[in-house]
Design a protein around this ligand. Structure first.
Ligand code: HEC
Ligand code: HEC
Length: 316
């Protein structure tokens, strides 16, 4: 049997965990400050201006969030089939691989092959290869400036630290991914090693996550590149002028099937004055699955976006 003190500690820990499940930034800070591994992700709402808004870049002038795939014209559009509800009912936890985390969090900018779209978005290959002691030693050898294995390991460790720092704090234009857990980062890096053909890579790792977390990764890593968390839903003439709707309106303005369809296949939008249907300007994310996008819908229902960037609350 547990001692009285032991059971008190267990009780306190359980309270912390349930507090965390209720979300909230304060709780998040408290838990992530601990050193013992609370590897369960703490889901929080998306908040603040989009990455492009933060940088003051028009989405049409940037390669960020681009897939190169466009939606259908109003004439060729076919709406989702009426029996399209399968993804809606699935609420089981999901096994995520490093490749999945990459798809949800990084691919919108760095592309499927990791090559990005230079010069704005550099390839990830160089910085990843620099985390390999084997490659560092080989490179220096080839350049006629051999280094010791110990020094190669030291250089590689420095590069690994740079990579982890970049993920945690972001870059100049790259958003921060400080919300990724250690296990998620571990799985992700396993896949980045594959993409960058790093020789001394570890075993591929996976994480088991609630579907809300999958949705959170997708919304924060991809949708929030272009869409502000909160704000006013634009009128048709504002849409034509380049305004983007806020994430906060997605679940009220769109049914789940229409939401999934817009993201995966594209859908025309009503723009201009007088309002008329146009081919949308949002890229089509054909590399996402129905389940990925349904998870984003579930996440947004459970964790409504927060206003944190001095933007207006949604109007409708
Ligand atoms: C919104 C676009 C965007 C997303 C999403 C993004 N990045 Fe980046 N990344 C950039 C940009 C832009 C740079 C160039 C440096 C800068 O301006 O921050 C960059 C640079 C990098 C670099 C360094 C490249 C170099 O040559 O120094 C690495 C490594 C990297 N990103 C990895 C990732 C990983 C891993 C993810 C997913 C967790 C990710 N990025 C998500 C935009 C993005
Ligand atoms: C590259 C910028 C960009 C990214 C990234 C992006 N969107 Fe959009 N989105 C747009 C634009 C532009 C519009 C305005 C309508 C249009 O042109 O299609 C839009 C409109 C929408 C709409 C409203 C459609 C309507 O009929 O009113 C929804 C819903 C939406 N996006 C969801 C998403 C989701 C979910 C993601 C992430 C998976 C995402 N978007 C990522 C640019 C983007």
């Amino acid at each position: 049997m547990l001692s009285r003190k032991g059971s008190l500690v267990a009780f306190a820990a359980a309270c912390l965990v349930s507090l965390a499940a209720m979300s909230g930034a304060e709780t998040h800070k408290r838990i992530s400050g601990r050193t013992s591994p609370p590897q369960k992700p703490i889901v929080t709402p998306v908040e603040g201006p989009s990455n492009l808004h933060r940088l003051g870049i028009n989405f049409q002038a940037s390669g960020m969030g681009r897939t190169g795939v466009w939606g259908p014209t109003p004439e060729s559009y076919e709406p989702p089939p009426t029996d399209f509800t399968e993804a809606e009912t699935n609420t089981r936890p999901v096994v995520l691989s490093g490749a999945d985390i990459y798809r949800l969090s990084c691919q919108g900018c760095h592309q499927a092959d990791g090559n990005g779209s230079p010069p704005e978005i550099p390839a990830i290959t160089g910085p990843l290869q620099a985390t390999s002691a084997t490659l560092m030693e080989r490179r220096m050898q080839e350049r006629g400036r051999p280094i010791t294995p110990a020094f190669a390991r030291e250089l590689a460790a420095g590069s690994k630290k740079d990579l982890l720092d970049r993920l945690k704090k972001g870059g100049q234009k790259m958003p921060a991914f400080g919300y990724l857990t250690e296990s998620e980062v571990h799985a992700l890096i396993g896949y980045l090693d594959v993409l960058a053909a790093v020789p001394d890579k570890g075993k591929p790792a996976t994480v088991i996550e609630p579907r809300e977390r999958v949705g959170e990764l997708l919304v924060k890593g991809t949708c929030h590149i272009c869409h502000d968390a909160a704000g006013t839903w634009p009128r048709p003439e504002e849409l034509l002028g380049g305004s983007l709707p806020p994430i906060a309106g997605f679940t009220t303005k769109k049914t789940m099937p229409d939401f999934i369809w817009k993201v995966r296949h594209g859908a025309p939008v009503i723009m201009g004055s007088p309002p008329a249907p146009f081919r949308g300007r949002m890229p089509v994310f054909d590399y996402l699955s129905d389940a990925d996008v349904a998870s984003a819908h579930l996440y947004l229902m459970k964790y409504p976006p927060r206003n944190a960037g001095g933007l207006e609350e949604p109007r409708g």
